[in-house]
Design a protein around this ligand. Structure first.
Ligand SMILES: O=C(O)CCC(=O)C(=O)O
Ligand SMILES: [Fe+2]
Length: 325
């Protein structure tokens, strides 16, 4: 399964495999299209196809094998969760350029398996990769039978599918990183429920006003959100102010008080996740900064979800560090 992946890092980390699955596994994948699926039709201007959740129809051993293989290929700590969708495109359908930026709780890695037996160039449906939404095509994947394409989702993983002239069948496997799980999403949504900046301590007012006068709204919004996290974790006004300033980038929090330092870094991270999306490089920096520190009780639930203690998979994210192709 997925032997000899061909790794690339431009325009973003991905790999391609030509004969991806054994015959028996292909039979399973083909069968996902033979029954009457409950198709959900996407009919946007840029994203036109039909999708169906087929996870329950993938045998447990197949699921275990593909997860293990994806952990191995990507080197990522992927959790025990899998979502498999069958995707069908009909003549005239097209998927415009998009990035699938991993919002809070979204999957981080995807494996796209093409299942078109008699594909010809005139059938279209070519998966194209771009460095920017307006850029030129940097790499193309023909949707030939048993060809797989794996990639890491991030804010700039731009890709699209050209218009098809013949029906096109694809199976998409989705994998979650241990630090961007639906459980973390639920935790952060609860942390920021009914968010009102008016609950913040008055000591922050002059600092926030100054920051708002000079910095972009996006920055002060995120700093305000980080301040809310600290306040709701029960930290005092001084810590809330320190966290706000750290998140605006005005003053970096020093590490002399370990608990304040950890709290400020975690607050900044959850505010970033809440307002933006998961970013593997930033996460690895955070993990490095918190490494070896005592996990303070007040921060424990968030800490454990954001930077789970390593057990099972103590791995490096090989894909993002792989620079030899
Ligand atoms: O159908 C494809 O080749 C790729 C579809 C897509 O955009 C995705 O899986 O993220
Ligand atoms: Fe996509």
């Amino acid at each position: 399964m997925l032997l000899q992946p061909d790794h690339h890092i431009h325009p973003f980390p991905f790999f391609a495999v030509d004969a991806a699955f054994a015959e028996e596994q292909c039979t399973v994948l083909d069968s996902l299209f033979s029954q009457d699926n409950a198709w959900q039709h996407r009919d946007g201007a840029f994203y036109r196809c039909s999708l169906s959740d087929v996870t329950a129809r993938i045998p447990a051993t197949f699921q275990r094998e593909i997860l293990a293989r994806m952990r191995d290929i990507t080197g990522l700590p992927l959790v025990e969760r899998l979502l498999v969708t069958a995707q069908r495109m009909l003549p005239g359908q097209v998927i415009g350029i998009h990035s699938d930026r991993p919002l809070l709780g979204y999957e981080l890695a995807r494996l796209v398996v093409q299942l078109n037996k008699d594909w010809q160039a005139e059938h279209g449906g070519v998966l194209e990769l771009f460095a920017s939404p307006e850029g030129e095509v940097m790499f193309s994947v023909n949707p030939e039978y048993n060809k797989a394409f794996g990639f890491l989702l991030h804010a700039e993983s731009y890709h699209g599918v050209t218009e098809v002239t013949a029906p096109r069948q694809t199976v998409v496997f989705n994998f979650w990183h241990e630090a961007n799980t639906p459980e973390l999403d639920a935790h952060i949504q609860a942390l920021f429920a009914k968010l009102h900046f008016s609950e913040l301590p008055a000591a922050l007012d002059p600092i926030a006003s100054d920051a708002e006068a000079t910095l972009p709204e996006e920055v002060t919004f995120r700093a305000g959100t980080a301040a809310i996290a600290l306040h709701r974790w029960g930290y005092d006004a001084a810590t809330v102010v320190t966290g706000y300033q750290h998140s605006t980038g005005i003053v970096r929090c020093d590490s002399s008080n370990a608990e304040t330092y950890a709290a400020v870094l975690l607050a900044d991270w959850v505010a970033y996740l809440y307002r933006d999306s998961f970013d593997l490089v930033r996460w690895e920096i955070l993990r490095g900064e918190l490494e070896g520190m005592e996990r303070f009780p007040r921060l424990m639930p968030t800490w454990q979800l954001c930077v789970p203690e390593r057990g099972q998979f103590d791995v490096q994210s090989r894909l993002i560090h792989n620079t030899d192709s």
